[in-house]
Design a protein around this ligand. Structure first.
Ligand code: GLA
Length: 396
């Protein structure tokens, strides 16, 4: 009898440990505890592309502090593609010695000394999108190297990945990062092809949901999408965002010159509504007053960083006029009235769209005007500029 019981116990253990089927997702990794609110920082790609070197990165770290961006909450300084040199005789990845002659450890020190964090970029395939060495087959070795350099954030791209399975490829690097024992935010950049919102939370802290953004209000250019085209692809993804794990509609274009101030204000407001990572992609060392005012609007940033971590839903859509809303900690709501059209228009939100009683008298505050508008019964309507937004909070 005793033997039968222990045989059964052994069999059930075996059964429990049966290998997963090939198309099962890998089991989730332990949560790394990072990015409880969406990460904020700066990344080199949108403005500088492959033209990165240590002088630029130091200048951007300096500017992060002197411009007030750091005080507004931005802390990650992320070098995107093209920092890489060759692997050395042991296979350890090295930076391009002409672009980064002082080495990555020294650069990490420089960034950390300013109270900022250091981010870097690699790729799950054989090569990065710009043809630099990828991490495939070197995941643990690269993770160890990044940790030795003091890296705090890894953006991990998806070029030259051939027939690789995306969840497994990202899982390997995530496990490698965790094995270093260093806190490293893991940014999955797979462009949405294998629906990373379904598996990303078990693997990383944020996941790109689309192809690349380009600096335009609307449009499609190959794999790249204008701001509104990306927005539309986020509308159904709100159930997947939560503290530690965010949909990533790509980096900001604010200040890069392709949109008007009105349009950039809309871009920034909508990204805040989406609980998107706020990663500036402009030259923060040379910002005009409008760009700086947008990127450092603390009330709008507070919506992005709301601790409840609930991504906005589109609660109304009538032609070019839309209302986006998200609940905030403490029972309030953030609301964006969006006018996609070319003529000014009135846009209205009814409190019933926000899951409030229709008869509620809600206190309204305009976040771009920085003004309390007082209690409003039933809802709020505002005149919205073409390609513009009005962004308010509502408190019951
Ligand atoms: C891909 C990514 C971009 C950027 C480039 C770099 O296109 O989606 O964000 O990192 O690669 O080559």
């Amino acid at each position: 009898m005793k033997r039968l019981v222990s045989t059964l116990a052994a069999a059930s253990l075996l059964f429990a440990a049966a290998p997963a089927l090939a198309d099962d997702p890998p089991p989730p990794l332990p949560d790394n505890g990072l990015a409880r609110t969406p990460p904020m920082g700066w990344n080199s790609w949108n403005r500088f592309g492959c033209n990165v070197d240590e002088t630029l990165i130091k200048r951007m770290a300096d500017a992060m502090v002197s411009s007030g961006m750091k005080d507004a909450g931005y802390d990650y300084v992320v070098i995107d593609d093209c920092w890489h040199g060759e692997r050395d005789a042991r296979g350890d990845i090295q930076p391009d010695p002409r672009r980064f002659p002082s080495g990555m450890k020294a650069l990490g020190h420089y960034i950390h000394a300013k109270g900022l964090k250091f981010g870097i970029y690699s790729d799950a395939g054989l090569k990065t999108c710009a043809g630099r060495p990828g991490s495939r087959g070197y995941e643990y070795q690269d993770a160890r190297q990044y940790a030795a350099w003091g890296v705090d954030y890894l953006k991990y791209d998806w070029c030259m990945a051939g027939t690789q399975d995306a969840p497994s490829s990202y899982y390997i690097m995530s496990a490698a990062l965790q094995a270093t024992g260093r806190d490293i935010v893991f940014s999955i950049c797979e462009w949405g092809g294998s629906k990373p919102w379904l598996w990303g939370a078990g693997v990383g802290n944020l996941w790109r949901t689309t192809g690349d953004i380009y600096d335009a209000w609307e449009g499609v250019k190959g794999y790249s999408l204008g701001m509104l085209n990306i927005l539309d692809k986020q509308a159904e993804l709100h159930p997947y965002a939560r503290p530690g794990h965010w949909n990533d509609p790509d980096m900001l274009e604010v200040g890069n010159g392709g949109m008007t101030t009105q349009e950039y204000r809309a871009h920034f407001s909508l990204w805040a509504m989406l609980a998107a990572p706020l990663i500036a992609g402009n030259d923060i060392g040379h910002m005009d007053a409008d760009t700086k005012a947008i990127l450092t609007n603390k009330e709008v940033i507070a919506i992005d960083q709301d601790p409840l971590g609930v991504q906005a839903r589109r609660v109304s859509r009538q032609g070019d006029l839309e209302v986006w809303a998200r609940p905030l900690k403490g029972g309030g709501r953030a609301v964006v009235l969006l006018n996609r059209g070319a003529a000014p228009a009135e846009v209205r939100v009814d409190w019933s769209m926000l899951d409030y009683p229709a008869t509620l008298s809600g206190r309204v505050r305009d976040l771009w005007a920085g003004k309390d508008l007082g209690p409003r019964k039933g809802g709020y309507a505002a005149q919205v500029a073409p390609h513009g937004v009005v962004m308010v909070t509502v408190s019951p």
